[in-house]
Design a protein around this ligand. Structure first.
Ligand SMILES: CC(C)(COP(=O)(O)OP(=O)(O)OC[C@H]1O[C@@H](n2cnc3c(N)ncnc32)[C@H](O)[C@@H]1OP(=O)(O)O)[C@@H](O)C(=O)NCCC(=O)NCCS
Length: 235
């Protein structure tokens, strides 16, 4: 199991398409992606949706293949219907032999992408959230993640620490059995995380967005066992 996320502030000067290198699209997007851009009714949104999808997939794959490099054209994005209004769009990102699920959403000026791979024993629940950046976006993203995880697991936010690069979550000194990803750009911070399904009696409230993955009987049995919050070292 792995996941990655990326947020783009569409109103940030860095997101202006007329400020990019003239050959940016050629260098970064595959021929199929460039065709989709040419045909698109909203090139600005699709451009950054494709970019954020590639970054998300890169962050996810780095966890399973640490030698992965960010060569954007090697991440092939299939996003049949880019996000419109407040709706999310679903797609896939392929890289080498990997194929990752993709969700892209648009909330105000924040374009958020999350890519994940369900193989492996870990996750049955995936959540993500976008928040406002303050004066220290890196720390703000960590704070958003710590609060979201504490809220979902019924912990005190002060107990949850986000550490390392790529980031991992810990309760005090002990690693939590979760995969997390952070991002920040312009006015926004974002995080995504995946872990065992929360037990029904846990005092959880939904984060900004939630994706429930395919039910798997073996995982459901594991999830039904008492929750162990701090048992497995992050991979
Ligand atoms: C990881 C990377 C993709 C971040 O992307 P970004 O758009 O600049 O920044 P984002 O805000 O979206 O993400 C940054 C966060 O990602 C997380 N992160 C850092 N390294 C990470 C990694 N290897 N895997 C997953 N997440 C990582 C951190 O939480 C980081 O937050 P911080 O900067 O506050 O510590 C980028 O820094 C990177 O490593 N690029 C690829 C470099 C590369 O492959 N070069 C080879 C060229 S041949």
């Amino acid at each position: 199991m792995s996941l990655g996320n990326d947020v783009v502030d569409l109103a940030d000067p860095e997101a202006r398409l007329d400020g990019l290198h003239p050959r940016f699209a050629e260098r970064v997007f595959t021929p199929a992606e460039r065709e989709a851009l040419e045909a698109s009714g909203d090139r600005h949104v699709l451009h950054w949706a494709l970019w954020a999808a590639k970054e998300s997939a890169y962050k996810a794959l780095r966890r399973v293949e640490p030698r992965t490099i960010f060569a954007p054209r090697a991440f092939e994005v299939d996003l049949p219907g880019p996000p419109r209004g407040e709706a999310s769009a679903a797609g896939r990102v392929r890289h080498g032999g990997h194929s990752l699920a993709l969700q892209v959403s648009l909330r105000g000026g924040a374009l958020h992408a999350m890519a994940w791979d369900l193989s492996g024993p870990l996750a049955t629940t995936i959540r993500c959230a976008v928040g406002a950046a303050g004066s220290e976006p890196g720390a703000d993203a960590q704070g958003l993640a710590a609060r979201g995880i504490a809220d979902a697991l019924g912990l005190d936010p002060g107990e949850v620490r986000i550490v390392g690069r790529p980031p991992a979550a810990a309760r005090g000194e002990r690693p939590l059995d979760l995969v997390i990803s952070l991002s920040h750009h312009g006015r926004y911070v974002a995080f995504a995380w995946a872990g065992l399904a929360l037990s029904p009696e846990s005092p959880s409230r939904p984060a900004t967005a939630e994706v429930r993955t395919r039910p798997d009987p073996a995982r459901a049995r594991r999830a039904a066992k008492p929750r162990r919050l701090n048992t497995v070292a992050p991979r």
